[in-house]
Design a protein around this ligand. Structure first.
Ligand SMILES: Cc1cc2nc3c(=O)[nH]c(=O)nc-3n(C[C@H](O)[C@H](O)[C@H](O)COP(=O)(O)OP(=O)(O)OC[C@H]3O[C@@H](n4cnc5c(N)ncnc54)[C@H](O)[C@@H]3O)c2cc1C
Length: 320
């Protein structure tokens, strides 16, 4: 069976959830082989194996973390030229897309960005994209070279399929041309203590209905009561009631948690594009005709400033 390269993203806490989703998706195409940049610790290798990686390429060259995406792209091209994979899967994100595009050009291959699913049809890899704010699905095949596909986080769920990966250390000869942009400092993001929006199992999101920046606090309090991440509509982030990194939707983040609680959000198509794959959707809105109720599994018609505090109280009582 052909290899499917999966570009792994790791943090101090281990392998990021979107990478585990890629490994799960890769199993439908061939044998997942993870590419790890930096240290491939035993814990990282074990976690990759738990989700089906049969091989781990460990790229230890310091250049891959000292410079922006070019050394990573060169490393992937080197590995792909030797392994001849059927596809290369990358998490959709600023760096992932940058690396993926460079890899596709250098392999004289094709790229499909922001896929939501991958499959095989007649022996060829097919990537599915959700387009026009979720109204249409497009299916594409890369017609030459390995299919380079970036996949949206949360488009699929990560499912374990234990394997025992072999580890191959890869020596990469990074060219001088790839060292054009050096990383000179890193400032770790100040943690809010809440889960990452795109990784979270529960998201509580607020819209214009919160009324003000102060009004948005009830969204944060509800999220904290449920151990959830906080999301927002674009109206909220445009008015600086919440930071832009919390925006969910077509021009924000895509989430697909087990539970998405939307309060004071009308349900514009651009917002739905970022959350419609959530497993269970709960809507709180004082207008019974709000379009988001069409997507809701559970709906409460009411003022969020009354409904959410009552919910927080109830959750508190049940936690004891
Ligand atoms: C190119 C483009 C890209 C866009 N990208 C995004 C995107 O990524 N994400 C996004 O969210 N939007 C995006 N938008 C904007 C989108 O079209 C909507 O304008 C936006 O989603 C509306 O935000 P909202 O639901 O918070 O506000 P509104 O549409 O104003 O809805 C507010 C809702 O709150 C309810 N409400 C009011 N008070 C209360 C209360 N006290 N209790 C309960 N309910 C109450 C109202 O009944 C209403 O349904 C984009 C638009 C364009 C043109």
């Amino acid at each position: 069976m052909s290899e499917v390269l999966v570009l792994a993203e790791t943090t101090a806490a281990g392998v990021r959830k979107p990478t585990l989703e890629l490994l799960t998706a890769a199993r439908a195409l061939g044998e997942p082989a993870a590419v790890v940049f930096g240290e491939a610790s035993d814990a990282v290798v074990a976690q990759l194996g738990e989700y089906g990686a049969t091989k781990v390429y460990a790229v230890g060259a310091p250049e891959v973390s000292d410079y922006l995406s070019l050394p990573k792209a060169e490393a992937v091209v080197q590995i792909a030229s030797a392994a001849n994979p059927v596809a290369i899967l990358v998490t959709s994100g600023p760096e992932g897309k940058d690396v993926a595009a460079r890899v596709a050009v250098r392999l004289n291959s094709g790229i499909v960005p922001d896929a939501t699913a991958v499959s095989v049809d007649g022996g060829t890899v097919v990537a599915t994209q959700t387009v026009f704010a979720g109204r249409w699905q497009a299916r594409s095949q890369v017609v030459r070279g390995p299919a380079v596909i970036t996949m949206r986080p949360n488009a699929t769920s990560a499912e374990a399929a234990p394997a025992s990966p072999s580890v191959e250390n890869v020596d990469v000869a990074v060219s001088e041309g790839a060292k054009g942009a050096k990383i000179t400092s890193r400032d770790p993001k100040v943690s809010t203590g809440r889960p990452e929006l795109t990784d979270a199992a529960v998201v509580v999101a607020g819209g214009r209905g919160v009324g003000s920046q102060e009004g948005f606090a009830v969204i944060e309090q509800t999220a904290d009561a449920l151990g959830a991440a906080v999301g927002a509509s674009r109206t909220v982030t445009d008015q600086h009631w919440a930071p832009h990194e919390l925006q969910v939707g077509q021009t924000g983040k895509t989430v697909a948690p087990s539970l998405y609680l939307a309060a004071g959000i009308s349900g514009a198509i651009q917002h739905r594009a970022g959350m419609q794959s959530s497993k269970t959707i709960v809507v709180v809105n004082k207008d019974a005709k709000a379009p988001l109720f069409q997507l809701a599994d559970f709906g409460v018609v009411g003022d969020l400033h009354q409904v959410l505090p009552a919910l927080i109280d109830e959750v508190g009582k049940r936690k004891g």
